[in-house]
Write a protein that binds this ligand. Structure first.
Ligand code: BES
Ligand code: ZN
Length: 932
């Protein structure tokens, strides 16, 4: 005890912050994971939040942790970051186990590289005993959108800035708000008590239990919330605010409320009715009731991610939760549904059953992504969003995972920055895609009962992917949906532990009526030698033929297998039709692979597509043929001539998915070609392709209310956007007319004659072809808008100008904290400028000249910063520009810390563009000219 006092005296005030370098590191423990000798059993968290003085927004509090010792140890090591801890107030005592004894903390130390706070104990902690650790702490409510932070909004009535507080802990920021064992497998119940001025409301994971006055502060109260179920620290949440809320009214449902700033409360209705519906669907799908007595969802004005699934208190960006019938497009509405469905899916996948370690993050994110599309499909089947999401995920991954710089779904993680980088397309979209594959090859019964068994078994616990494979294998064998000699682990390891996906080459023997199949990794970088494209994936093979045309059956007719040493084994398929009939593999794109056929089969396919019979091929497979043909042409396995002949049929295509697939591919080619002399031909070709569908959809005219099929609304939105870009039909003059009418309105913030679903195109086109005052008009609307979706549409359109000075000014105001653009939205403005062919060079230069500043601007949100890179990578097409960027990267390592993965991808995409330009440009241009 004496020693402890001495230590405190030596520190002067007895205050230490975890990042102060004055403290010595007294321990040799330097592993990135916490020691396993202790386990938290329960947290009592008390936090007093001060929001009255905008100059001094802060919180103070204490945590009492009940800790069980599993092994003897002489210290308590937990996480704490940027917290001021009053060490003189720390207490430690034994409360359970052999012979009750006093204990204390003799000294403390920090290990800043792992955010460890180490309390050396006076007496050894003994296995089997329970201890109570009490620690007080304090910090500012930070501005970094992580930990316990501040957010604000303008109250238009009082003309005042209002402040609120809210948490964002995933993946590793609970430690910024209170000292804790901040790893996902240290689950414990939490009792949260919040202190605040009584003019505010406080919410947390659980319902309120009791409220009493603060002992000393006048008009302050303490609100204690009910004890939670055992949960990971990253799911704890609380907020103090003056928001309004809407209760939901679905019977037999947990109490469900939706919160927003008072002036946006009208925009809560949609999420308030959708949320409980999808929650009920999951209860039935998973066979497990939502375990908490209530659930709140809240729209936070400043928010880094899209949304966060905190158990019982889900937080969102405004754009992901709020919906305005007057300002939000159909795509905006579907986005709200999909985000709400995603976060509520996490209440089971993630919250109830959590990954053991961040290596298996995809178990959280891939599942939530996949299950969300099931949820949305169930509630709004008329959207056909399952098909759309599946294709969109596949298209994303076909590109992303064809890079050498990609990584496996399941990947080792050591540093916090690596955890953040893992929230990427591989965890989300590839994770979701392989789950869909399993769902389709196992069938409904096995898949669902396997999932239910897994969720039951690991409720309130943590799991790894092998646990999931085991439950699914058992179910698959029980329902005979998988041969007894197969197990899910062997199959799925090839998809989750291995980077990439295969291309399957199908070579038919027309006389023998067979086809020989082999596989290799598909890579965009064509300089990688064949020898390095190895790998083997277990591929469920579904296929159909021109005579049978059974695209509904996605069950495998055969499997591509891998040998004992992981080598790929060729496969022969028997009983195929003769030389006058095509075959198509991978019905409905149920599995993540590309297919290359022999020339005859391609020829047969092109015939069917172009002779008007194309609707006999499933709409997803039409999208597949377009994507495969254009990719294979890009990488040189296919002639551009054949690929371009194939997509000619689009002049008669009227469905959304094939167009989406085509546009995604043509967009990439266009971004290169538009910087070359032959763009003229490409433009003419695009016009020819787009005009029929543009006219079929009645152009840009407001026919939306007459469109019965919802995905045709999305098709029209997309086609109109392309039509105005390529000046098809009357698109540009009509768009300008709409904008003029809007500008002529007496009160343009109240009345907007532009049809909602083409506003992004109308605004962009008018800014592109318009005057300085058109730009100012739109910027004023941005500042006055009360709807996040509308703000985003405007922000993107403002980047469409061709005036260099406007674009430059826009870039600068984007990163100016005094201006109207929130940090969370800044990347959209930057992207808009950078994707614009005039803005590209400005944006690239701005990024390279200001990278230090930009790094500090976003710090610690490196993920947000990485979003600035993709428009740069897509448009670099010469070797010298590639080299310039590479040198820049090498000279800017410090300011690109935490973006290593994004940088690797950027460089690789630039390189593949350079390759394309050198190898394919002339060939493609020639084949286009033949078709004009
Ligand atoms: N768990 C994530 C939130 C998150 C993302 C936390 C990154 C920490 C780092 C949440 O469930 C999520 O996935 N949000 C998405 C939106 C979702 C609908 C795809 C996001 O933030 O982009
Ligand atoms: Zn998620």
């Amino acid at each position: 005890m004496k020693w402890f006092l001495l230590f405190v005296a030596a520190l002067g005030l007895g205050l230490a912050t975890a990042d102060s370098s004055a403290d010595s590191i007294e321990t040799t423990y330097n592993y990135y994971r916490l020691p396993t000798s202790l386990r938290p059993q329960k947290y009592h968290l008390r936090i007093l939040t001060l929001l009255e003085n905008p100059e001094d927004l802060r919180f103070s509090g204490s945590v009492k942790i009940l800790i069980e010792a599993l092994e003897n140890t002489k210290n308590v090591t937990l996480h704490s970051k940027n917290l001021t801890i009053d060490e003189s107030q720390i207490t430690l005592r034994q409360i359970g186990g052999e012979g009750k004894k006093e204990n204390c903390v003799s000294s403390t130390a920090v290990n800043p590289s792992h955010d460890f706070y180490i309390l050396n104990t006076c007496q050894e902690l003994l296995a089997g005993n329970t201890y109570e650790l009490y620690m007080p702490f304090a910090a500012d409510l930070n501005r970094q959108l992580e930990g316990y932070y501040r957010s604000s909004y303008k109250d238009p009535v009082a003309n005042l800035t209002k402040w609120i507080s809210v948490t964002q802990f995933e993946p590793a920021s609970a430690r910024l708000a209170f000292p804790c064992f901040d790893e996902p497998d240290f689950k414990a119940p939490f009792v949260v008590t919040l202190g605040y001025h009584k003019k505010y409301t406080a919410i947390s994971n659980m319902p309120e239990k009791e409220t009493k006055p603060h002992e000393t502060l006048a008009d302050y109260i303490w609100c204690e919330f009910q004890e939670s179920v055992p949960m990971s620290t990253y799911l704890v949440a609380y907020s103090v605010n003056d928001f309004s809320h809407k209760p939901s009214t679905l019977p037999n449902s947990a109490l469900f409320r939706t919160w927003a700033r008072p002036n946006a409360i009208d925009q809560c209705d949609y999420a308030a009715q959708f949320g409980p519906k999808v929650l009920q669907y999951y209860e039935q799908f998973f066979g497990i009731k939502f375990p908490l007595p209530k659930i709140d969802q809240i729209a936070v004005p400043d928010f880094s991610a899209g949304a966060m699934e905190n158990w019982g208190l889900v937080t969102y960006r405004e754009i992901a939760l709020l919906y305005s019938a007057a300002h939000s497009s159909l795509a905006d509405k579907q986005r709200v549904a999909s985000v709400v469905a995603h976060e509520l899916a996490h209440q089971w996948f993630g919250n109830l059953v959590t990954m053991k370690w961040w290596t298996d993050l995809w178990l959280n994110e891939g599942f939530a992504t996949y299950v969300a599309s099931l949820g949305v499909e169930n509630i709004n089947p008329e959207w056909r969003s399952m098909e759309q999401e599946s294709l969109s995920n596949l298209l994303t991954i076909f590109r992303r995972d064809a890079l050498e710089s990609s990584h496996p779904i399941s990947r080792p993680i050591q540093m916090v920055s690596e955890i953040s980088e893992s929230f990427d397309q591989i965890s989300y979209q590839k994770g979701s895609t392989v789950l869909r594959m399993m769902h389709l090859f196992l069938g409904e019964e096995s898949f669902r009962s396997g999932l239910q068994a897994y969720l039951q078994k690991f409720s309130y616990k943590n799991a790894e992917q092998d646990n999931l494979w085991e439950s699914l294998t058992q179910a698959a064998h029980k329902y005979r949906s998988l041969p007894k000699s197969y197990d899910i682990k062997s199959i799925m390891d090839s998809w989750t532990l291995q980077t990439g996906y295969p291309v399957i080459n199908v070579t038919r023997d027309y006389a023998a009526r067979t086809a020989k199949l082999n596989q290799e990794r598909y890579l965009l970088n064509t300089q990688v030698a064949r020898a390095y494209r190895g790998g083997c994936w277990w591929v469920p093979l579904s296929y159909t033929t021109q005579a049978v045309q059974d695209f509904n059956n996605t069950a495998p007719k055969a499997w591509m297998e891998c040998g004992k040493n992981g080598e790929s084994l060729p496969k022969t398929i028997q009983d195929l039709p003769g030389p006058d009939q095509w075959v198509i593999f991978n019905t409905q794109l149920s599995t993540l692979y590309k297919v290359n056929y022999d020339a005859q089969n391609w020829k047969l396919l092109i015939e069917t597509l172009t002779n008007g019979d194309f609707e006999r091929i499933h709409v997803i497979n039409r999208a597949q043929l377009i994507d495969d043909a254009l990719y294979l042409a890009w990488t040189g396995e296919q002639d551009y001539e054949i690929a371009m002949r194939l997509i000619e049929y689009l002049q008669r295509e009227r469905e959304y998915l094939p167009w989406k697939s085509a546009f995604e591919n043509l967009k990439r080619v266009g971004r290169i070609v538009r910087q070359t002399p032959d763009f003229e031909f490409f433009k003419r070709y695009m016009k020819k392709l787009i005009l029929p569908i543009y006219e079929h959809l009645n152009g840009i005219n407001d026919t939306f209310s007459a469109i019965p099929q919802q995905d045709q609304v999305l098709l029209k939105t997309m086609v109109v956007n392309w039509a105005c870009q390529y000046q098809v039909g009357d698109c540009v003059p009509q768009a300008l007319a709409y904008y003029r009418n809007w500008r002529a309105e007496a009160n343009p913030d109240e009345k907007n004659p532009v049809p909602i679903n083409v506003r992004s195109t109308v605004y962009c086109t008018s800014i592109k072809h318009g005057s300085d005052s058109d730009w100012e008009f739109l910027w004023t609307r941005y500042k006055k808008s009360n709807v996040a979706a509308e703000k985003r549409t405007i922000l993107t359109a403002l980047g469409c100008s061709r005036e260099v000075w406007l674009l430059q000014r826009y870039l600068e105001l984007t990163f100016d904290p005094k201006e109207a653009i929130r940090k969370q939205d800044s990347m959209w403005a930057f992207q808009a400028v950078a994707f614009n062919e005039v803005g590209f060079l400005l944006a690239k230069k701005y990024f390279m000249d200001n990278v230090d500043f930009i790094y500090k601007f976003y710090h610690p949100l490196t993920k947000d910063m990485s979003r600035l890179l993709s428009p740069l990578s897509e448009q670099v097409i010469t070797l010298s520009d590639f080299n310039e960027f590479k040198d820049f990267v090498n000279n800017s390592r410090q300011s690109l810390k935490g973006l290593e993965q994004a940088i690797q991808q950027t460089l690789e995409i630039m390189l593949t563009n350079v390759q394309w330009k050198e190898r394919n440009y002339h060939q493609m241009s020639r084949s286009i000219q033949q078709l004009l």
